[in-house]
Design a protein around this ligand. Structure first.
Ligand SMILES: Cc1cc2nc3c(=O)[nH]c(=O)nc-3n(C[C@H](O)[C@H](O)[C@H](O)COP(=O)(O)O)c2cc1C
Length: 270
């Protein structure tokens, strides 16, 4: 028993040191606040989303006929909040007041395995590439290039939507303290089932599922707002990843087009 306790203590110290170093690197890379950054704050989610759930679920569908009219910020804000928004910080803080541990940050509108929150949503628009920052409720400007056409393949009509959401799975964010401790324990106590390969397969599977959840949330929100939307996995992955300057740990898992429904053929002129 003492041996097991000692082993746990050693693991903890070792893991904590490694995680602290890793966290510092991740923070430096993803959470830095550049004083010259261009940040477009978006409004809070609107009451337009307060619609009967049953009706929305019953009418949700993929729609591929889009108007190229840009989406106004409040509409985009509703969509992005549904995809990965901060739930309700004030309510959460009230519920967790006085609890020991880090202050609860409100949680997200869509769940992720181990609460990784590893999916980064890039927003491709005519006025450039942006990245959604849930905790700051806004868009961080990345580049002044319109690469919406790179989110389509063999479907010319899919170059037309005013907004292409690109779901990037960032594997660096899945190597958190909690999940690595869980993985160590799984391998230690159930080594026949869990080896490095099986753990990696589970990690990738979870990142795909986490994106799938977001696809459905956006699909429902788009339906509630009367918008057209379609989830897609058919796009030139490598070209898109290069255009987004993704690192080796970042992969495009899916794309979702969102926009107003086309009203006439004139809507299709770009
Ligand atoms: C993971 C996933 C990938 C998809 N990929 C594409 C795609 O590349 N192109 C496309 O036009 N539709 C794509 N779709 C949309 C499906 O074709 C559509 O959901 C299906 O035909 C059912 O139609 P519904 O969404 O209206 O119920 C995808 C859907 C999902 C969930």
């Amino acid at each position: 028993m003492d041996d097991v306790k000692r082993l746990f203590r050693e693991w903890r110290v070792d893991l904590e040191e490694r995680f602290e170093a890793l966290n510092a690197r991740i923070e430096a890379r993803f959470e830095r606040r550049d004083p010259n950054e261009i940040f477009r704050a978006l409004p809070a989610p609107s009451d337009a989303l307060s619609v009967p759930m049953k009706a929305v679920m019953a009418s949700r569908h993929s729609e591929r006929s889009f108007s190229n009219e840009p989406l106004p910020d409040p509409v985009l804000a509703d969509i992005l909040w549904a995809a990965d928004g901060v739930r309700d910080i004030e309510d959460a803080q009230k519920r967790t007041k006085g609890r020991v541990g880090r202050e609860y940050d409100g949680g997200r509108t869509t769940p992720t395995s181990f609460d990784w929150r590893e999916t980064e949503i890039y927003v491709l628009k005519a006025n450039g590439i942006w990245r959604w920052v849930p905790e700051r409720r806004g868009l961080l400007f990345c580049a002044l290039t319109d690469i919406r056409h790179l989110a389509a393949y063999m479907q010319p009509a899919m170059t037309l939507p005013p907004v292409q959401l690109v779901y990037v799975s960032n594997l660096a964010k899945t190597r958190t303290r909690v999940s690595e401790i869980a993985e160590q324990l799984m391998m230690k106590f159930d080594g026949e089932v869990w080896n490095d390969e099986a753990i990696e397969e589970l990690r990738i599977r979870n990142t795909h599922l986490n994106v799938g959840v977001k696809l459905e949330a956006v699909s429902l929100a788009a339906e509630a707002l009367g918008l057209a939307s379609v989830a897609r996995t058919l796009f030139p992955t490598k070209k898109l990843e290069e255009a987004l300057h993704l690192g080796p740990d970042e992969h495009v898992t899916a794309v979702q087009s969102v926009g107003y429904k086309a009203k006439s053929f004139l809507d299709h002129i770009r």
